[in-house]
Design a protein around this ligand. Sequence first.
Ligand SMILES: [Zn+2]
Length: 344
Amino acid sequence: MANDTDSFLERIARFENGTELGPRVLKAGIIDGTGEFAGPTKMRIDTAEQAIQDVDWYADHGYAQIKIYSSVKPELVPVIADRAHARGLRVSGHVPAFMSARQFIEGGADEIQHLNFIVLNFLFPDVKETRNRDRFIKVAEHANEFPPERTEVTDFINFLRERHTVLDPTVNIFEALFCGDPGAITPGLEEVVPRFPPQVRRAQRSGALEVPPDQQAAYREAFPAMLRLLKAIYDAGVTIVPGTDALSGYTLHHELELYTRAGIPPVEVLRMATWTSALVMGVDKDLGAVAPGKLADMILIDGDPTTNIRDINNITTVIKGGKVYDPVAIEKSLGITPRETRPH
Ligand SMILES: [Zn+2]
């Protein structure tokens, strides 16, 4: 999501022709509006004509999904959604500024990225300029005011279920933003980051928001409140797919751990990361389960993540398309010190 169109396609071509190691990629293309907060992409639109042109470009280049970004004009959301759906693409995104999550879904969105946009639905229209960092700050200040029992929260969760809206919560970024210490190692990566080369290690700081003195209690409560919201969304039967919005691989494992911290059973979290994700992306014929007739894409784990999700970090073997990879050798080639393997 939100990759540069040129270098991204070149990289995937290298994955496919075997000159670079990488995962199987389902492409999601970003579209943003214009203005001072627009994201670093050339896919920026101001008119319906431009919206259709960009959706067509992504469709013509084999993309499966559109990611709408924060500066898209609300009136262009249905234009993007209609064209994307007509071309067989899913529509996801940030809820753009000046509209609510409910309006975004009514405008045709299939999926919402980032759990803060669910909280912001309850703050709309008091908070509607969400192109800037208010989309984090206002959530930190007010997340604990919207427990799942509140009628408007329950109603909106039911609305998500009725509309079959998919949620990609990326809760790990809120754990980091609301942790209170910008210099701390990104929460959840404490065991991994010390193994990284120094220049990578330095970039793995939490980047937490500065906490105003009168907001300390609210910030402390914000992340636990978001995990309770996530659990309520899961309990209601809304489809959840795990995304990261951060360092790949290691962060995904921590994202899964956070779902279990929210109270979702580990075996259900593993299902979200495999079968549910394949179903949502329409690739369940080939992927999402270990079964005859599927592509041989799997990881072997030393441990039992169905009872202890953290065991998912103990990957001994990676298999993609039937080809076997040694994760220790890959980490070594990247300058990463291998993790301590458990004695047998
Ligand atoms: Zn995003």
